[in-house]
Design a protein around this ligand. Structure first.
Ligand SMILES: C[S@@+](CC[C@H](N)C(=O)[O-])C[C@H]1O[C@@H](n2cnc3c(N)ncnc32)[C@H](O)[C@@H]1O
Length: 282
């Protein structure tokens, strides 16, 4: 169905060098470039995918931005989690519509936007009021004000523990998540999943030690590497540069006390290596 661009909408302009610019459309507005302005009037009423020209002839394609594009371009307080990690977090935490998720800290709200878009109901704790306000504004800016009905945030120290219980998932992006393992045993429901994003392996090691001595089991840690490719005529090769490191993702599940599973099971890839699938015989 045709859905022309409207005043007040955020759009992404994409130039011939692949650079992206986030612009909010306004009646009478102009987007200023090195090769002259693009009047918003040329964008308002256009279909996504339309190419427009600046006054001196530079070409720009206009589209509505994806969540990943907004996350990389939106105003930031704290460092955001990159899209390459946001997608896997949704899978590792197995976020579903209506899931009750505890999140801390909120930072710029990139992870919150991702969880809310997947249908979660978030209780979020953030230490800094300015970051909490930024996260809230980013959520409303991308998902609309109605999403705030599922975003219950408080300015408080998560290490002091949570007031509520019965969470399905807990997703943490703060420096010492191991301090929340004990409270999480009370706040998550049995079978609930904890996922933590951590930038350094020393932090991961501490978290895994604490998890190993807790009611959590089935712990796994992964790092997501994403390498983009240059594809132009006969020149097809990996790009020279990549984001070499962002963080490690660790997940664990809350088990019923008194169970017999004490060892961390092998990750599926390791199981395959030890017991490879049997090849056909003919
Ligand atoms: C890296 S940022 C989170 C970024 C966020 N995940 C995103 O994608 O935009 C870490 C946040 O944790 C908050 N924080 C650190 N310690 C905290 C604590 N004890 N309780 C609550 N928030 C905390 C910081 O203020 C900061 O906003």
């Amino acid at each position: 169905m045709s859905r022309p661009l409207q005043p007040g909408e955020r759009v992404l302009l994409f130039d011939s060098k692949g650079r992206r610019y986030l612009v909010t459309l306004a009646e009478g507005g102009e987007f200023h470039t090195h090769s002259g302005p693009v009047p918003h009037a040329e964008l308002i009423g256009a279909e996504e995918g339309t190419t427009v020209r600046s006054s001196r002839g530079a070409r720009y394609v206009v589209v509505r931005p994806t969540l990943a594009e907004v996350v990389l371009k939106m105003p930031r307080g704290a460092q955001v989690i990159y899209p390459k990690d946001l997608g896997p977090i949704l899978m590792m935490a197995d976020v579903f519509p209506g899931a009750r998720v505890f999140e801390s800290g909120l930072g710029s709200g990139a992870l919150s936007m991702t969880l809310l878009r997947a249908g979660a109901e978030i209780t979020g704790y953030e230490l800094r009021p300015d970051f909490a306000a930024r996260a809230r504004a980013n959520v409303a800016g991308f998902l609309g004000p109605a999403a705030l009905d599922r975003y219950h945030i408080s300015v408080r120290d998560a290490y002091d523990g949570m007031d509520e219980q019965g969470f399905d998932r807990m997703v943490l992006d703060l420096p010492e998540p191991w301090r929340l393992v004990k409270p999480a045993e009370e706040a998550l429901r049995p079978g609930g999943i904890l996922v933590s994003y951590l930038p350094t392996i020393g932090q991961v090691s501490t978290l895994r030690d604490v998890l190993a001595r807790s009611g959590f089991g089935m712990a796994e840690t992964v790092e997501i590497l994403q390498r983009s490719w240059h594809v132009e005529g006969q020149s097809v090769r990996p790009d020279h540069r990549m984001v070499a490191h962002t963080g490690f993702l660790t997940s664990a599940r809350l088990l019923v006390p008194g169970g017999v599973v004490h060892e961390t099971p092998l990750a599926p890839a390791e199981e395959d290596r030890l017991d490879p699938p049997v090849a056909g015989t003919d």
